[in-house]
Design a binder for this molecule. Structure first.
Ligand SMILES: [Zn+2]
Length: 266
C-alpha cells in the first residue's frame, strides 16, 4: 500500500496544498480530505489518480481546508453520473455534521438530490468507533473530541500486524490512547518547530510542534511517524529543519513529506 501526500500544509498555506492524501493499492484509491478548493483536481491529476478509481473518500471535519475540495469532487461526480459517464461507485464517509454539509451543497449549490446519485455516489454516515472496510482493509473511525468542529480520526489495519492511526489535524489527547497504542504508523499534525512556537502560536489553535508530536510517538514506541499540516515559511528546508528537531525527541523513522511525495507503507 502506498500513501500519496497530495497536500501537506495547514489551513491557510498558499505555497503548498492543504493537507490531504490518498492511499493506493492495486490501482484503487482511498482519499482522505480534499483540501480547500479546485486545486484538488490538479493534485489528483499530477498524482495520476483518476476520479473513477477512487473507491472511498473520508472527510475528517468540516473546516474549509479539508472540505471545500470535496465540493468540487461532488460537482465532478454529479456531472459524470448525470451524463452516464461514471458507472462505478464512490462512497463518501464522514460523521453526521459533515454529511449534512455535503447534502446541503448537493441540494442548494449543485442543484441535485443526493438520492438521485445513488448507487454511484453514496454518502455514508459513521458514528464514533464504527468499523468499515476500505480497499479491502478494516478501518475504525473515532471521535478526536475536538472543541472546534466535530472531527474523526481513524485506525487503518493495513495487514495482520500493521496498524496505521491518523489523529486528524489536532494534537494527541488521552482519549486516543487505545488507538495509538501498538500502531506501526502514526499520522500526526505539527504546525511548526517547537523553537518557532512563539512566532506561530500553535497551542492557541489546538495544534502542536514537531517536538510534541515526536515525544508522543516516542512514548508509544511507534516505529514510523508522519508529520503534516504545517506552516509554509521555508518549504525548501522544512524537511531538513523538522527532521533535525524531531530526531532529538524521536528514535523511529520520521517522515516530513512534501506535497506529492509517496510513502511506501508495506
Ligand atoms: Zn486543518
Amino acid at each position: 500500500m502506498k500513501l500519496i501526500m497530495l497536500g501537506t500544509g495547514n489551513a491557510v498555506t498558499l505555497n503548498c496544498y492543504n493537507t490531504c492524501y490518498a492511499y493506493k493499492e492495486k490501482g484503487s484509491y482511498f482519499l482522505v480530505d480534499a483540501g480547500g478548493g479546485i486545486q484538488i483536481l490538479k493534485q489528483l491529476e499530477m498524482a495520476d489518480v483518476p476520479l473513477k478509481k477512487i473507491e472511498d473518500i473520508f472527510i475528517t471535519h468540516k473546516h474549509l481546508d479539508h472540505i471545500t475540495g470535496i465540493f468540487w469532487l461532488l460537482r465532478m461526480y454529479a456531472a459524470k453520473i448525470k451524463s452516464d459517464k461514471f458507472k462505478g461507485t464512490v462512497r463518501i464517509i464522514s460523521h453526521q455534521e459533515v454529511i449534512d454539509v455535503l447534502r446541503y451543497v448537493l441540494i442548494h449549490l449543485l442543484d441535485v438530490e443526493p438520492e438521485a446519485l445513488l448507487p454511484h455516489l453514496v454518502l455514508q454516515t459513521v458514528e464514533d468507533q464504527d468499523t468499515l472496510e476500505v480497499l479491502g482493509h478494516k478501518i475504525t473511525f473515532f471521535d478526536i473530541h475536538s472543541t472546534k468542529a466535530k472531527q474523526f480520526g481513524y485506525c487503518l489495519q493495513i495487514d495482520g500486524k500493521t496498524k496505521l492511526t491518523c489523529l486528524g489535524d489536532e494534537s494527541f489527547n488521552d482519549s486516543e490512547t487505545e488507538y495509538v497504542k501498538n500502531s506501526q504508523w502514526l499520522m500526526h499534525e505539527a504546525f511548526c518547530l517547537y523553537s518557532q512556537k512563539d512566532e506561530y502560536k500553535p497551542y492557541k489553535k489546538h495544534h502542536s510542534t514537531v517536538k510534541d508530536a515526536c515525544e508522543i510517538a516516542e512514548s508509544f514506541d511507534i516505529p514510523n511517524l508522519i508529520l503534516y499540516h504545517t506552516e509554509e515559511k521555508n518549504l525548501l528546508h522544512r524537511k531538513q529543519m523538522y527532521k533535525q528537531e524531531g530526531k532529538r525527541y524521536y528514535s523511529g523513522n520520521l517522515f516530513i513529506p512534501d506535497d506529492m511525495e509517496i510513502i511506501d507503507l508495506s
